[in-house]
Design a binder for this molecule. Structure first.
Ligand code: NDP
Length: 327
């Protein structure tokens, strides 16, 4: 049994618990939280909930610690810190800062002889793998990524910070015409506005100036100003009934050419349609935790990404079974 710890218990932490339940080779030992443990209710009856301060007491009881904090402020500190004591996995998704994050985790994990896998999930994660395979197979070509339809937590939070807004949900939606242009192999150059639209559902305070709120959303730099955005004002009841889930997904497409004169076109497309972003992300992380356990057992240490993990290490199946059924 691979003994798992969860550090941080939000949407992703709960998703990890669900994913572990459906494995045969993993067991959840404990959940660690910065909050008062008595206020954090988990689903697994025989696992402990501990304050993060007690984490070192579990040094010899946990094979892989899964870090479920947020990428903005938690993981940049937590992953290098806990790589000193555990083999760790995170889903760090601030793409621009991945090289810096990697270096810090690598230093900590090498010094303490642990294995750290960073940025596992779907993007980064499964999407990244698909970009690598597609670039290797079609070196002459172009890459495209579309996201959605799905909830963007960051954009939803940005709307919630506007004066007069009680709650908000923002969906990122890929533009169908842009997707079709890419799939045709015509290698279109697409602007930000041509690739995605943004749909916002907003619950406003009673008596709030809706025209001002809508204008503040539409003109918000970095978040909405460069997109065609629609704003719908709805009731709290409708928000709870129709917008309480966290769906997401997207498309990674590479179009490329082969032949002596590049006369033949090819399209590689990988797509995800996810009812629950955190549960799917958690399922990817749990598969990679199995690989972390196996690679550490082989003596490997330091930071790694999904690019460094052999696919066979992800599955709870023998090499013979895999060759017979999946090859
Ligand atoms: P949450 O905001 O739900 O949880 C983040 C942390 O906040 C938790 O670890 C928890 O820490 C704390 N927390 C959670 N609920 C509460 C609460 N009610 N009150 C106080 N604190 C709370 O984030 P998610 O789980 O949704 O996402 C985590 C990260 O996963 C994201 O930041 C994102 O970077 C990453 N991600 C990566 C993806 C990928 O494809 N690579 C895809 C999706 C997400 P504690 O228990 O210590 O209080």
């Amino acid at each position: 049994m691979i003994r798992i710890g969860i550090l941080g218990y939000g949407n992703l932490g709960r998703g990890i618990e669900c994913a572990i339940k459906h494995t045969k080779d993993m067991k959840l030992v404990a959940v660690f939280t910065r909050r008062d443990p008595s206020t954090v209710k988990i689903l697994t009856s025989d696992a402990k909930v501990e304050n993060i301060e007690n984490v070192l007491e579990y040094k010899d009881d946990i094979d892989v610690m899964i870090l479920c904090g947020g990428s903005a402020t938690d993981l940049p500190k937590q992953t290098p810190e806990y790589a000193k004591y555990f083999n760790v996995v995170d889903s760090f998704d601030t793409h621009a800062n991945i090289p810096e994050h990697f270096e810090k985790v690598d230093d900590a994990a090498k010094a303490s002889h642990h294995f750290g896998l960073i940025s596992a999930g779907w993007d980064p994660g499964m999407f990244s793998l698909n970009r690598v395979y597609a670039n290797a197979v079609l070196p002459t070509g172009a890459d495209y990524t579309f996201w959605g339809k799905g909830v963007s937590q960051g954009h939803s939070d940005a709307i919630r910070r506007i004066e007069g807004v009680v709650d908000a949900r923002q969906y990122t939606v890929p533009v169908e015409a842009a997707l079709e242009a890419v799939r045709s192999g015509s290698n279109p150059e697409l602007t930000t506005r041509q690739k995605h639209t943004r749909e916002c559902y907003v619950v406003a305070k009673e008596g709030a100036d809706k025209a001002r709120i809508e204008n503040e959303i539409n003109t918000m730099p970095n978040y909405f100003a460069d997109y065609d955005t629609t704003v719908h004002f709805i009731s709290m009841e409708e928000m709870k009934k129709n917008h309480s889930k966290l769906p997401h997904g997207g498309f990674v497409i590479r179009t490329g050419k082969t032949g002596w004169d590049n006369e033949n076109n090819h399209v590689i497309e990988y797509s995800l349609k996810l009812d629950s972003n955190p549960e799917f992300t958690a399922s990817v992380i749990v598969a990679y935790s199995r690989a972390v356990y196996r690679m550490r057992k082989e003596g490997k240490i330091g930071a790694h990404t999904v690019f460094d993990v052999p696919p066979a290490y992800l599955l709870d199946m023998s090499a013979e079974e895999m060759r017979a059924h999946l090859l």
